[in-house]
Design a protein. Structure first.
Lengths: 252, 282
């Protein structure tokens, strides 16, 4: 026979339950952060082993290029500054590369076009699940970084974009130097053989083919080399990471 | 459906070792989390394609679609929606399909509206964390069941179970929702063994591999994965269909608990102790 539940047992049980709930509540914020960061570091470590010989992602033939490539995120930055630059064919636009570099650079579109270029037909995979194929031409980021010569303290490349999001913050993204020096990581100024259209990030966008859609920052105005990401936005390394809890390392 | 603990003379056996019980409950919780986050990820682009490329401008094989002209982002509410299976369309307006306003990104067509606090990016982050959990615990369990000879003892059908007569009997018992009793209740029955084998060595590996085929970095190293599934969008579709199959398994698994004796079955997966139901008429 089971004993009837005594009042004392009930009170002890309720108290233990309350303490438990408070404990879980107090841990919840930090615990979930810890779980997600452990998961991300497991992913990045595993994928770094897979990518240690820098395999290339698949490239396609011109016949595979998508007739319609969906646009996503900002499709036309608001503001007079961008409008003026676009009206002038971005001839007044300058890409600055600074931060933890030995040689800060300021390059016009014409100067970028004269540098070493890579053309690749690749698949853009949006985190929503859709994808599309396009041809991109641009300067390998690794080549530009070699010209700027990052210092020993530089760990990350931050892309400051010209478009403002609905929260008033400029879009930004960041990758580490490993992905920055991948041969297919380029700063594209051409799409499908034409100057990069405004909806796709004119005048310059990132193509980081080992990662997923939102890492490929559009409307780049400035590239900054840094040691830590915590002083940008909410410190999570990108606009979607800050606003939506997206993973920073998006190789998956 | 009797819990015969009060009946004298019933036999209890130690059915599930601790490792099996732990794996069972961790996997159950992990799969619930994966289905929840996975459904939320699917929700934002409820279209499945075959081949390499699929987007709002290509034709899906399975999809929830807006029937409003102007494509996948309708402007009227309730969203005029149709469920597509190949070339068949069923009108589901008012039942499924909502228009979600994403500010600058325009309108999205989704299956259901989800609270704003359910961040899409965070859903993906949790999905990956849970995927690691599923994979690592599955790998541990597979090694345990293979190395210890447990696979042969408990999961592979015995010679007696694969005779024509035994197969027909097992099917007939399942159709009548009759659970094995007495001697036969000491082992998993044939369909039970097959369903566990399919989940363990077919569904979970398929869902892991099709998930990895959606990774840019993993496929850079192993492009063969694309060939295995017939393209990136095919892999995404296989991934979703495997998730559906896991849901069906979970449903049947729970129904079978009631058929075989809920308390006895659940207790055996918590404490390990399983009571052999006595032969009827004895």
């Amino acid at each position: 026979m089971t004993k009837p539940v005594t009042r004392r047992a009930l009170l002890v049980g309720a108290a233990a339950g309350a303490v438990g709930l408070i404990g879980v509540d107090a841990l919840r914020g930090k615990l979930s952060e810890r779980v997600l960061s452990a998961s991300q570091s497991l992913t990045i470590r595993t994928q770094r082993i897979l990518l240690r010989r820098r395999p290339l992602v698949r490239e396609f033939s011109p016949a595979d290029i998508s007739v319609v490539f969906p646009t996503n995120g900002t499709t036309r930055p608001v503001g007079d500054d961008y409008g003026r630059l676009a009206a002038g064919g971005f001839s007044d636009w300058v890409l600055r590369i600074d931060g933890l570099v030995a040689t800060p650079l300021a390059l016009s579109l014409a100067q970028l076009r004269r540098l070493e270029a890579r053309t690749q037909i690749t698949m853009h995979n949006c985190d929503e699940g859709w994808n599309a194929v396009a041809q991109w031409k641009g300067v390998p980021l690794g080549h530009l970084l070699k010209l700027a010569a990052p210092t020993m303290r530089a760990n990350y490349v931050v892309f400051h974009c010209m478009d403002k999001r609905e929260d008033g913050q400029h879009y930004y993204e960041s990758i580490d130097l490993f992905d920055a020096f991948h041969p297919q990581t380029i700063l594209a100024y051409e799409m499908n053989g034409r100057s990069l259209p405004v909806a796709y990030g004119a005048p310059l966008r990132l193509r980081v083919e080992t990662q997923i859609g939102y890492k490929n920052a559009k409307y780049i105005g400035r590239i900054e080399l840094v040691d830590q990401l915590d002083r940008f936005g909410k410190g999570r390394g990108g606009w979607w990471e800050d606003a939506d809890g997206a993973v920073w390392y998006a190789g998956q | 459906m009797t819990d015969g603990s009060a009946i004298a003379g019933t036999e209890r056996v130690y059915r599930h070792p601790l490792a099996v019980r732990l794996w069972h409950w961790v996997t159950a919780a992990t799969v619930v989390g994966l289905l929840f986050t996975g459904f939320n990820i699917f929700n934002i682009h409820p279209r499945l394609y075959w081949g390499e490329v699929g987007n709002a401008h290509t034709i899906p094989i399975i999809a929830l679609e807006s029937t409003e002209t102007g494509g996948p982002r309708p402007t009227t509410r309730p969203a005029p929606a149709a469920l597509r299976l190949g070339s068949h369309l069923w009108d589901v307006t008012g039942h499924l399909g909502v228009v979600a306003d994403a500010g600058e990104d325009g309108l999205y067509f989704m299956i259901v509206a989800t609270p704003d606090s359910w961040q899409f990016g965070a859903m993906r982050a949790w999905h990956f964390a849970l995927a690691w959990m599923l994979f690592l615990t599955w790998a541990c369990y597979s090694v345990y069941t293979l190395v210890g000879g447990r696979l042969r003892r408990t999961l592979l059908p015995s010679a007696r179970q694969v005779t024509a007569r035994a197969i027909v009997q097992d099917l007939w018992d399942h159709l009548r929702l009759r659970a094995p009793r007495g001697e036969a209740a000491r082992h998993y029955n044939l369909l039970q063994k097959l369903s566990y084998l399919i989940v363990l060595f077919c569904l979970i590996p398929s869902i892991v591999l099709s998930g990895l085929t959606m990774s840019n970095a993993v496929t850079a190293r192993f492009p063969e994965l694309y060939a295995l599934f017939g393209g990136r969008q095919s892999a995404r579709t296989v991934h979703a269909l495997c998730a559906l199959a896991l849901c069906m398994f979970a449903l049947v698994h729970i129904v079978q608990l009631f058929v075989a004796g809920f308390i006895n079955e659940v207790r055996s997966m918590i404490t390990g102790q399983f009571e052999i139901p006595r032969e009827s008429g004895k």
